[in-house]
Each structure stands twice: as C-alpha cells, then as structure tokens.
Design a protein around this ligand. Structure first.
Ligand code: TXA
Ligand code: MG
Length: 337
C-alpha cells in the first residue's frame, strides 16, 4: 500500500483536503492526523473492520483499548452509555483539549475498541485539523497514537511515516504537534476521579475542577494507576535510555565517558531567552526548563537521538513537581527494559 502524505494548514485546514481524508475514513481507511498532543491514527469508530486495521498496522496488543475522538463535546453522548457528573465537569473545563475521559461505553460501539471492556476513553481534541476531520467524517474516530506499539508517539508527520509508511492510506501533515505528549487520561466512572496517565493537564488543574483525585494505595498518591493494556515499556526510543538524578549526573557523565561508549546527555535547564543551538553540543541536548516547552520538544529530540546509533541516552530526571509528572512518566517508561 502506498501512503499518501498531504500537507494541510494547521490553523485553517483546506476543506477539500479534509473532505478527501474524511471520505477515506468513512470507507474503512486509516488516516494519520495531527492533534494538539501527538499524531493520531484514525479509523471510523463504528466500523469494526477499520478499527481492527489500526491494531494490525500498529502491532498493538488486542487487550489495549483505543480512545475515541469526537468533534464536539456533545458528540461524546453518542458513544457513552452514561455521562457521569464528574465527566461533565471535566469536559466543560478542558474540552476541546488534551484530556481523555473514561466513562461507561455505548453498547453499539464495536467491542474491539474497548478490548471487550465496559468503559471507553473519549477525547475532544482542540487541534483545528483534528476537529475539521472528525466533523467532516461525520462519525466518531477511534485513534491511538500513530506509531508502532511500544515506540515513541509521533509529534511530526515524518515520525508517522518512519513507523507506519506502507501500512496506512494517508498522513495529513499539519506540522509539529504543539503539546508533544499524549493526553492526560482520567477515569470518571466513579464519584472520585482517578488518574490513569499523566499529561499536560496536571493533577492540580484537575483537582481545581473535581476536587481531590483518588490516590493509588500501592504507589505514591497521584502516580497513575495502570490502564488496561498499558505496559511499563512504552514510549521508547530504540536506543537504551538511562535516567539519572541531577545530583548523580556529574558522576554518571564521568563513568559514561570512561566507558568509551557513544552517548548523549539530555538535561532540562534551558531558559526562555537561550537559543537551543547554543546549548546543544555533540554530547549535550539542553531542553527547556519550562515543563510544557520541554514536553513539546521531548519526542522529537528522542527521535533525532535515536537515529545517531548511540550506545545509550543519558537523561537527567526532571524536577519532582506536578507540572513535570507527564515528562517524568514517559521517561521512566522509556528507561524501563
Ligand atoms: O493524546 C492522545 O491521547 C493521543 C491522541 C492521538 O489523541 N492518543 C493516544 O492514544 O495516546 P493511545 O491509544 O496511544 O493511548 C491511550 C491510552 C492507553 O494507555 C490506553 O490503555 C488508555 O489510554 N485507555 C484507552 N481506553 C481506556 C479505557 N477504557 N480505560 C482505561 N484506559 C484506557
Ligand atoms: Mg500510544
């Protein structure tokens, strides 16, 4: 299969291009498209065969449920069987935006989407291309991140092609995704909301709307509870990642240099007015000290480093504060073997 790449304006997507992509989706095709978080791999959520093709293209385990994307918050009611109060509050505050809300699923959706489970993750994305595409398709769109299973999520169309070229019909290239990390996922089926995956919408932001989140009794409070099908190893470059606390960094660098192995060290200290070129030398990449700016650059940086044939990537653990939770989570997964 030839994968067609079509450039589309990220702010004012051409309706003719959007209509072509939407027609593909309606006839069972797979279309990758930009969202404000990462690129998604879309299929018509009402078409079981099309959704099965997502699992096949990604090599995704059948036990890992897929989230469904809607063009307008109200469209969520067409795929949910109930809309709990907490879900309504969250949607009113954060949609359209990078939040996936898990609620009871509609029995009319194909079972494959939720891996047979009774709940469904729904997201109303804010990216103009995503919204225009879902609206034009006229159906809810099932869309995991547009990468092979366990690999890094794509934040650019090139990343999508790197792992899915020849496996999908089309990529809408709307340039880099502004957020750079996958959405926050919360379970809103109960009275107390539970964090399943940290993201750019942080715990303090969520708690300001729905009150204290359910803490995980086993791990630390506010560490996410594992979603069904979510594996520790996920979001990984092919090159091994070693995470090091800032206090141990000097020592880790010394021993890395002595080892004679090729590596690059990633830190998070770049200030607003520094040019990244000044701080990106052969052996160092200095990402922004601001968490959301660092998130926007993280996967693209890891993709680049992954192509250098390094023995490993040394990464400084970012600060242990709520706004860094999503970056820390993805780095821990990238480092787990
Ligand atoms: O930002 C995002 O969320 C991107 C863009 C494309 O929207 N999508 C994305 O999808 O990251 P995916 O499939 O790569 O990650 C969805 C996560 C998985 O960890 C999955 O296990 C979890 O959400 N999930 C999906 N449905 C769920 C459900 N019913 N209950 C619990 N967790 C669920
Ligand atoms: Mg994914």
């Amino acid at each position: 299969m030839r994968t067609e790449t079509i450039f589309v304006d990220a702010v004012n997507p051409d309706p003719v291009i959007v209509a072509r992509a939407a027609a593909l989706l309606r006839t069972g095709g797979l279309v990758a498209f930009p969202t404000e978080t990462v690129y998604g791999l879309g299929a018509n959520a009402r078409d079981a065969a099309a959704v099965a093709r997502i699992f096949e293209a990604k090599g995704r385990p059948a036990a890992n449920p897929v989230i469904v994307h809607v063009a307008e918050p109200e469209q969520a009611l067409t795929v949910a069987s109930a809309w709990p109060e907490q879900a309504a509050k969250l949607a009113a505050h954060f949609w359209p935006g990078p939040l996936t809300i898990v609620v009871p699923r509609s029995p009319e959706l194909p079972k494959i989407i939720t891996a047979g489970g009774a709940t469904l993750g729904i997201r109303c994305p804010a990216h103009p291309v995503a919204r225009a595409l879902i609206a034009a398709a006229g159906v809810p769109i099932a869309a995991p991140s547009a990468n092979r299973s366990t690999e890094l999520s794509p934040t650019r169309a090139e990343h999508v092609l790197h792992s899915l070229e020849g496996r999908i019909e089309m990529v809408l290239d709307g340039g880099p995704c502004p957020g750079g990390l996958e959405s926050t996922v919360v379970d809103a089926t109960g009275e107390i909301v539970r964090l399943l995956r940290p993201g750019l919408i942080t715990v303090p932001m969520l708690e300001a709307v729905v009150g204290p989140l359910m803490s995980n009794p086993i791990a630390n409070a506010h560490e996410p509870v594992r979603s069904p099908g979510q594996m520790a190893k996920h979001y990984s470059p092919r090159t091994p990642v070693r995470l090091v606390d800032g206090t141990d960094l000097a020592e880790a660098l010394l021993s890395a240099r002595h080892s004679g192995l090729r590596f690059v060290c990633v830190t998070f200290h770049r200030s607003e007015n520094e040019d990244d070129a000044d701080y990106t030398s052969g052996q160092f990449v200095n990402l922004p000290a601001n968490a959301s700016q660092a998130a926007a650059e993280l996967y693209d940086t890891l993709f680049r480093l992954d192509s250098l044939g390094l023995h490993f990537i040394l990464i400084e653990v970012p600060p242990k504060t709520p706004e860094w939770a999503a970056v820390r989570d993805r780095l821990q997964r990238a480092a787990s073997t």
